[in-house]
Design a binder for this molecule. Structure first.
Ligand code: HEM
Ligand code: NAG
Ligand code: NAG
Length: 343
C-alpha cells in the first residue's frame, strides 16, 4: 500500500514537472536571451544581413519565405536549413523546397559564421533566421516588431513534411483557411501573412495555368486567362513566360507595382486583378478574406500592425527549447552528424 502510494506520488511529481516544462517553453524565450553569452548577436546579424541585402536585393524575400517554410513545418527550428547528405535526406529534398533561393541560405550562413567567430556554439540557427527576417522586413520598409530569442535547432528534418504541410499556389481559399487554422492562425492572420508577397518573385510554373488556357475562339491566336486577372496584366505575363518550359528559371515579381518595397501595394493590386498566384487573387474573391484585403489596401498602418503580430506568432510556432533541440555549429548540419566519407 505504502509502496503503491510512493510510486503514485513520484509519477505525480514527474507529471507536474512535465506540465511545468510545457507551460514555460514559451516563457524561456526572452528578448535579452543572449545578453550575457553573446551581447552583440543582434548587431552582428544586422550588419551581415544588411550588407547581403544591399549587394543582393532579393535576399529579403528569400529569407522571409524560408522563415515561413521553416516555421510552418515542424516549428521554427531551422529544420529547413539542413542539407541532405550521403546518409540522410532532409526538408530540402521536398518539391516545395526546390525554389527556396540560395541567397537566403547564404545570408543565414554568413551571419552564423560571424557569430561563431564571436561566441562559438551559442546562437541557434533558428534565432539567426528570426533575427535576419526582422532586419530584412524593416530594411525593405516594413514594420519593426519585438522578438524573443532562445529557440533551439531541430534534431531532425523530414523530406516529406514540407509537401504535406505547406499550401500550394493553387490551393483554394477554404483549403488555405483550414491549413492555417490547423496551426492556430485566424483568417485575418492568413491574409496579413500573405502580404509577405509584397516582396519577391514567383516562377512561371506557379501560375502558368492561370495565363495559358485554351485559345480564344475567333480571338486571332489570343490565349485565354483566368477571368479574375486584369487583361493587360495577363498579356504581360503571357509574354514574360512564353518560354518558361524551356527556361524554368523565368520568374516575375509578386508585386509588380513596388516589388522591392514592403508595403500594402500587394492588397491594392488584388483589387485590380493584379494578383500573381491563384492563392493571392482568390483572397479578393472569397467573401471571408475580401474584407480584410479591403482594409489593408486602404490602411497600411492596419496591415503593418496585423502583420507584425502575425509574424511574431509565426516566429514562435512549435519552438524547441531546452533539451528538445541543440545549438547547431553549422546551420546545414546536425552537430552529431557523422563525417561524410570523402566529403
Ligand atoms: C498563403 C499561402 C502561401 C502560398 C500558397 C505561398 C506560395 C508561394 C509561391 C508558390 C511562391 C513562389 C516561389 C517561387 O516560384 O520561387 C512564393 C513566394 C514567396 N512567399 Fe509565399 N506562399 C504563401 C504564404 C507565404 C507566407 C505566410 C510568407 C511569409 C510570411 C510567404 C513569403 C513569400 C515570399 C517572401 C516569397 C518570394 C520569395 C522569393 O522571391 O524568393 N509566403 N510563395
Ligand atoms: C496544383 O499544383 C500542383 C503542383 O504544382 C499540381 O500537382 C496539382 O495538379 C495542381 N492541382 C490542381 C487542382 O490544379
Ligand atoms: C488605420 O488602422 C489603424 C490601426 O488599426 C487605425 O488606428 C486607424 O484609425 C486606421 N485609419 C483609418 C483612416 O481608418
Amino acid at each position: 500500500m505504502d509502496t503503491h502510494r510512493g510510486v503514485h506520488a513520484t509519477s505525480l511529481f514527474l507529471l507536474l514537472l512535465l506540465l511545468a516544462d510545457a507551460a514555460t517553453t514559451e516563457a524561456k524565450l526572452a528578448p535579452d536571451y543572449y545578453i550575457k553569452t553573446c551581447p552583440r548577436a543582434e548587431r552582428i546579424v544586422t550588419d551581415v544581413v544588411s550588407q547581403k541585402q544591399l549587394s543582393h536585393p532579393t535576399t529579403a524575400a528569400g529569407v522571409l519565405r524560408v522563415l515561413f517554410h521553416d516555421c510552418f513545418v515542424s516549428g521554427c527550428d531551422a529544420s529547413v536549413l539542413v542539407s541532405p547528405n550521403a546518409f540522410a535526406r532532409s526538408e530540402r529534398d521536398a518539391a516545395q523546397s526546390q525554389s527556396l533561393p540560395g541567397d537566403a541560405f547564404e545570408a543565414v550562413t554568413r551571419a552564423k559564421t560571424a557569430l561563431e567567430l564571436e561566441c562559438p556554439g551559442v546562437v541557434s540557427c533558428a534565432d539567426v533566421l528570426a533575427l535576419a527576417s526582422r532586419v530584412l522586413v524593416t530594411m525593405t520598409g516594413g514594420p519593426f516588431y519585438p522578438l524573443r530569442l532562445g529557440r533551439k535547432d531541430a534534431l531532425a528534418s523530414s523530406p516529406t513534411a514540407p509537401d504535406a504541410e505547406l499550401p500550394l499556389a493553387n490551393s483554394t481559399v477554404p483549403r488555405l483557411i483550414a491549413m492555417f487554422a490547423a496551426k492556430g492562425f485566424t483568417v485575418q492572420e492568413l491574409v496579413a501573412l500573405s502580404g509577405a508577397h509584397t516582396l519577391g518573385f514567383a516562377h512561371c510554373s506557379e501560375f502558368a495555368d492561370r495565363i495559358f488556357r485554351r485559345p480564344v475562339k475567333g480571338g486571332g491566336g489570343a490565349v485565354a486567362h483566368d477571368p479574375a486577372m486584369n487583361p493587360a496584366y495577363a498579356k504581360g505575363l503571357q509574354d514574360a513566360c512564353r518560354n518558361y518550359q524551356r527556361d524554368p528559371t523565368i520568374a516575375v515579381f509578386n508585386d509588380i507595382m513596388t516589388p522591392g518595397k514592403f508595403d500594402n501595394m500587394y492588397f491594392v493590386n488584388l483589387q485590380r486583378g493584379l494578383g500573381l498566384l491563384s492563392t493571392d487573387q482568390e483572397l479578393w474573391t472569397d467573401p471571408r478574406t475580401r474584407p480584410v484585403v479591403q482594409r489593408y489596401a486602404t490602411n497600411q498602418t492596419a496591415f503593418f500592425a496585423d502583420f507584425a503580430r502575425a509574424i511574431v506568432k509565426l516566429g514562435v510556432q512549435g519552438v524547441k527549447t531546452g533539451r528538445d533541440g541543440e545549438v547547431r555549429r553549422r546551420c546545414d548540419m546536425f552537430n552529431g552528424n557523422p563525417v561524410v566519407p570523402g566529403g
